[in-house]
Design a protein around this ligand. Structure first.
Ligand code: TMP
Ligand code: ASP
Length: 235
């Protein structure tokens, strides 16, 4: 089988496969943070992120959340249906952490009364700026109706993932999603769902289990990623 390199990102290499519309993502152990100013590797990250993403995409598909996942041909590889990606990072937050602390002054750990949805323009050279609905309309990234659909979907994903992680003794603090349009013109969830893209705290004592351990030099990074994978595979 010949695959053609399409794109190499910070965490994944994407190949076109011989099957039209089917992509192969190879997940790397490389880790970056703060717009790639910090670089390193996390042991088994490729396998952990592919496996966690596969489980969560399967679970969300069962709940009726359309997504691009096909299968996991190798521990660090996923096959996806190709989407026409919307260049937005859709962040949903349940608890104050990260850039919400620094932007608002709210204390880390404060539980939000309702989930907060934020949009960041996916553009490394601009540093992924925070966008509101009007910026999104200005750049014609989505129509108001499409944006409403994205918001509704992201909030539904939050409820499903929150319940999924709660069953495994983990609090879902916040996470980032990326969406696109499939060949049928339907909104579909894309990218990955892994400890790189979310904040996960142990229900017992709020021990950090996600990429903040790497970002903030907290140690025990490889072990935490592996623990998340094992807990995601439970039940
Ligand atoms: P933030 O608090 O740094 O804005 O991050 C919010 C969530 O988005 C958090 O779960 C981590 C995730 N995230 C990414 O997936 N990619 C990124 O580049 C950034 C900055 C955050
Ligand atoms: N992955 C992003 C980067 O390298 C940021 C992050 O996850 O903190 O820039």
């Amino acid at each position: 089988m010949t695959n053609t390199l399409l794109y190499e990102g910070k965490a994944k290499i994407i190949y076109a496969t011989e099957e039209p519309g089917v992509l192969l993502a190879v997940f790397k152990d490389n880790a970056t943070a703060f717009n790639a100013q910090k670089r390193g590797t996390i042991g088994n990250k490729g396998q952990v992120n592919a496996t966690v993403s596969a489980q969560l995409f399967r679970f969300l598909a069962e709940q009726g959340v359309r997504n691009h996942f096909i299968d996991q041909p190798a521990p660090n590889q996923l096959r996806f249906r190709q989407l026409r990606m919307i260049p937005l990072e859709v962040v949903v937050r349940n608890v104050v952490a990260g850039s919400l602390c620094t932007r608002t002054g709210l204390p880390r750990g404060q539980v939000l009364l309702a989930p907060l949805v934020e949009f960041f323009y996916k553009n490394d050279s601009l540093g992924d700026p925070l966008f509101n609905d009007e910026h999104i309309a200005l750049l014609e990234l989505a129509t108001p109706a499409q944006l409403a659909q994205i918001r509704t979907s992201a909030l539904a994903v939050n409820e499903w993932l929150r319940a999924f992680y709660a069953q495994r003794g983990i609090r879902l603090i916040d996470f980032k999603l990326e969406y696109g349009w499939d060949e049928a013109g339907q909104l579909s969830l894309g990218d990955e769902l892994s400890p790189d893209n979310c904040r996960l705290w142990d229900i017992d004592g709020d021990r950090v289990l996600d990429k903040d351990r790497f970002r903030l030099d907290m140690g025990g990074v490889d072990q935490s990623y592996y623990e998340v994978m094992q807990r995601v595979l439970q039940l």
